[in-house]
Design a protein around this ligand. Sequence first.
Ligand SMILES: NC(=O)c1ccc[n+]([C@@H]2O[C@H](COP(=O)([O-])OP(=O)(O)OC[C@H]3O[C@@H](n4cnc5c(N)ncnc54)[C@H](OP(=O)(O)O)[C@@H]3O)[C@@H](O)[C@H]2O)c1
Length: 450
Amino acid sequence: MLDAQGALRAEPGEGGAGPAAAGGALDGAVVLDALGEAEGPPFLPDGFDVVRAALRAGARRLYVAREAGRGLRAAGVDGLVRSAAREYPDSVVRCVVLDAGAAPGPEGAAEALLEEVAEGGGEPVVVRTPAGRFAPVLVEAPLGPLAGRGAGPAGEGAAEAEALGLDRDAVLVVAGGARGITARCVAVLAAAARCRVELLGRTPVPAGPEDPLTAAAADRAALRGVLARTGRYGSPADVERAAGLVLAGREVAAALDAVRAAGGRARYRSVDCRDAAAVLQAVKEIHAEHGRIDGVVHAAGIVEDRLIADKSPESFRRVHGTKTQSAAALLAAVEQLPEGERPRFAVLFGSIAAVLGNRGQSDYAAANDALEAYGAAWAARTGRRALTVHWGPWAPSPVHGGMVVPELARHYARRGVRLIDPEEGAAALLRELAWGDPAERAVVLTASQW
Ligand SMILES: NC(=O)c1ccc[n+]([C@@H]2O[C@H](COP(=O)([O-])OP(=O)(O)OC[C@H]3O[C@@H](n4cnc5c(N)ncnc54)[C@H](OP(=O)(O)O)[C@@H]3O)[C@@H](O)[C@H]2O)c1
């Protein structure tokens, strides 16, 4: 049907060159590769090459079709498209979500897509259902009256921990939990439950007290100076890397200290969470040692912000894979535990960028959006609760700065975007887990939209 309208085909396998190869200058493109078997091979990350090629070839209209539902096949497509739409405001960039009831079979899909092509601009994601054509919107959803029973915003969270069934013997496994905003959340969880936390991250396990040579250097600038003067490093980039490692080691040590000071017990393991075998081994060891894993949190993530036009496929894969491969590895690892001993809940740290899109974060938005699908699939397989928390930006704090570096914080301030207060953010997570609807698969927790 699309052929009959004069569309040219770019077959799968033509990769990044596909759309351009189809006819030189490009008026528009309809990407069909994310359609099909909900649990088939995911469209992303490889599909990024097709989207990038179409936009680079000057497409003024780009439609990516996917089926309704949260299958892995189209995981992350909405987040990618929302970000692309922000980067190409003069083009129509849209994800068309097709409900089988509204658009049955290939004919129905083609008809729906032709209607979309005839539409003007508008929302980056539209859902076509038998009841009509909708654009998803964020709806404020306060917690129910039970939430008032908790300890309150700055309270200790004991009521929440109890509601979650987390006692002193409970064990939480937290990927990416020894640094950044997650370290703050871990400290609050540990204070609330006095439980055991097992933290995973790539930073090497701190080997005793810090070298006196660097210990006196309070910040990155001072560290750079001290390290450069040793003459051990060949280039400024080497010095920068070494300073980063020292700071990361300090964060890990501070995270462990905070848990212990709060009355919990903490251990840190150096694991690249994209490595499924290493994650499985860590999970097996933790379970063997303590006989239980009550909950898991996946918060590992990186950013390499760049506009789509300048983003390399390798960078897209790194950012995307850190979230999605790590999620898949952790969820699969705990699924291997005996059925009655699997964690009761899994929390995945996503981002508001997935829900609203963000310039320069196509990879990150896609990855965070995809987490919902990974969590939902795991929940469906195991009958356990999975919740993706799409965070708004957090205010940086001195030890655990997180992704919102001071320069970015100033940028948000100029745009009028408010940042999450770290104490309130951690308490909000606890309240959401304790009093939120366990059937909910994703929420946005933010101080402000953008
Ligand atoms: N800060 C915010 O405002 C904000 C907003 C929305 C969402 N989030 C989400 O919250 C999470 C934490 O962000 P953050 O701001 O705290 O950033 P961060 O300080 O950079 O923390 C990222 C964490 O991920 C770990 N990590 C990265 N790659 C890993 C890998 N391959 N294997 C294991 N661990 C890995 C890091 O530890 P190592 O470096 O030691 O590996 C670190 O603990 C992320 O998932 C992020 O997307 C943050």
